[in-house]
Structure formats: C-alpha cells, structure tokens
Design a protein around this ligand. Sequence first.
Ligand code: UD1
Length: 412
Amino acid sequence: MKAVCKFSPELRGTVKISGSKNASLPILIATLLTDDVCFIENVPRLDDVFAIIELLKKLGKKVLFQKNKVSIKGKIKNTQLDEKLVRKLRASVLVMGPVLARKGYGSFAMPGGCALGERPIDIHLSGFEKMGARYRISKGRVIFTKTKLKPVRIKLKFPSVGATENLIMTASLIPGITVIENSAIEPEVIDLANFLKKMGVKININGKTFTVKGSKKLKGAKYRVIPDRIEAGTFLLATASVSGHVQLKNVLYRHLESVILKLKNSGVKIKTSKDKIHIKRTGKVKPVDIETAPYPGFPTDLQPMWAVYMLQAKGVSKIKENVFPSRFMYVDELKRLGADLSLKGNTLFVKKSTLSGTHLLACDLRAAASMIIAGLISKGTTEVSNLHHLSRGYENFFEKLQKLGANVSIKK
Ligand code: UD1
C-alpha cells in the first residue's frame, strides 16, 4: 500500500480527534491488575491497540472490542510473553509490571531496538529491582523469579513514560506507600493514574512525584480515554504547513500548550475553547526553533512534522531532539523532495525549500505522517510507502485528511 499525495492548496473543515493511542495501551494493560470486568471507552481502532488486545488474550483475558469500546475480564492464565508480540509492539514491556505484581514471576522477551534507535529498559528494571523483584536476563528474555514486592522510594534517572507507567501499575498492588520521584507527567501517564484511581488505588501527584498507596486487590472500572494530543498536533501542523482553516473537535488544548505557543510565534492564528481548537494560517511562516523535552515540553512525537512545517519559513530554524537523539531517520527521505536540512549531532537545521514530489519510504509512525504532510506541500505527486507504520497509530488518517480537502489517496 502507498499513499499518493498531490499538492493541496489548503485544508478546510472540521476534524474529530480520536482517543489517545498512548493512553489506551497502558490502560488496557492495567486491566491485568484485576479479574473483574473493565469497560474502556474512546479507544482508537489501530494496529497497536489490536496487538495489545491479542496480547491480553494470550495472557488469558476475555476481550470484546466493539466500535471504540473495549470490555475486558478474566484471570491471567499465562505469564510468558513471546518474542513475536513484544517485537511487534514495544508498549508490551508494560505487561511486565502488572504480571509481576499479580504473580510475582514471569518471563518476557526483551523489546530490542527500533526505528527510533536504541530503546533500553534499564529504568523499568532497576525500579522493579528496588521494589524487591529478582531477575536474570537469559537468551533475550527477562526472567523474574518468585519475589515478594515491597513499597519503596524510587528516583528515576530520566522521566521515562513507559517506566513510570510500569512502576505505578506495579505499586498499585503493593500494600503500603510507594514514592516515585522524577516521574514522567505526560497526560497519558496521568490518564493511566486516573484509571488506576477508579480501580481503587490512592495516587497523589505532586510535581514529578507520584505517591501510590497500593492494596492487595483492585476492582474493575469504567473509564473514558483522553483525546490523542499527538493526532491533534499532527492535524494542527498539517494545517499550518498546507494553509487553511481547520477546527479540531474532541481535543484538550491544555495538553498541547507548548505546541500552540510555538505555532502562534510562527504566525498562525489559534483560538481554543474547552474541547476545541481553531487554527488558521493564511500568511507567511516565521522561523521558530524548538527543543523536544518531557511534558510539558515540546513532544518528540511532533518533531518530524515541525521540521516539515519549518521548510516554509524564511530563514533558518533549529530543532533540538533531547528525548530520542536518533529520531532523525526521516531527514534523508525528506531531502529527496528537495528539503534543505542538515543535521549536527542532535540538532537539525531547517531552511526554506521548494519541494517537488517523489517516492518516499516511511521509517516510523510519526515520520510517516510528516512525509504525507510534506507530500501535500510538494509540487507534483509524492508517493509514500511502508504505510503499515501509519495504521499503527492514526485512526482513519486518510479519510480525515480527505474530508479536509487534502489531495491524498491510497494505492494498493
Ligand atoms: C512513550 C511513547 C512515545 C513517546 C515517548 C516520549 C508510548 C506507547 N510511547 O515511549 O510515543 O515518543 O514516550 O514521550 O506511550 N529510556 C532509557 N531507559 C529506559 C526507558 C527509557 O534510557 O528504561 C530512554 C529512551 O531510550 C528514550 C527516553 O528514555 O531516549 C524516553 O523514553 P520513554 O519516555 O521511556 O519512552 P516510551 O515510554 O518508550
């Protein structure tokens, strides 16, 4: 499958943002903490979500996914996670925490690297170890032997989203008080914490410190996942790049403040209300530098789309990547369109460029989205292959873009 993108003069209309992928994944996994039935709403129908559901079923759960609602119940019957599933979906490392908390043992394939470069799990593992878990690594697997977990105080060396999620899920089933300092406070982590609270866990968040009062048993809960701020940011940057006037519905603008501020500095007009964002770009783009950082900083997931947007700004702008230093795999592909980009260490220098369409190969999920936006602002036709990356993380992406007037279609 390929996306065929043609120059599009403007985007116009309304787009409804789906539920958050990165919040849905840990929340679905957190249902492993109970045998009771859980109902999760606003779950996007995406390959990553389907993969997690497959994984929960392998572990013994009964899962029903209809429209955007998931119901999950039942016991954990298996504690082995195979390599195929773990490699398919990095978020499957989040299963370690809940399985360890419920069973005290388990054997999990290590996730390995990916298109974003090396992806270690040392922060997850050292947290589990502090909590009393004993493990060894053998033949590509982490094997936890029977251990009794205890409440502790942990300080993360970096506010890793996944490690924070894994550790707060584990702490939820450890009676007593666990404190996790220097935690990630991304909206998706807070959403998971809110779901855990509904399951009966007492959680207090003060700055970057989570205080979790766990208990022996948790109950089932009903929960609605937050809107996807990265999907929303992608549509904001698509509109800013192409020009036009778009309203985003079912979005929480507070989760995108860092992006909205940078967009305003670059000359676009943005109005926000509780669950809507209006964006309008008619004029020229000013160069604006960004630097990615853990929340509330500029999200690393929107960095590739920002690079495409800045290709239209007069002058030079800089993008510094502080979260995934090797997240610049897309740069050489965009250069094939004529993009004037140069990389020094973890900083990308972007100059105004006239782009002309060619064939591109998507290398990861967010890079795929950035290449499609680049196709809409390039002269002629741009074809983007390796689209399986895109269906991992965007629900109805092409339908939504087409509804806004983008000249994009799918070729089998
Ligand atoms: C999550 C998001 C991803 C986003 C990222 C940063 C999901 C499913 N994915 O990924 O879209 O780009 O947060 O906002 O929610 N690190 C270590 N050791 C560890 C763990 C992480 O060194 O044990 C490093 C990573 O290599 C990376 C940085 O910490 O350089 C951030 O990673 P992390 O916050 O853990 O990202 P993920 O949870 O994998």
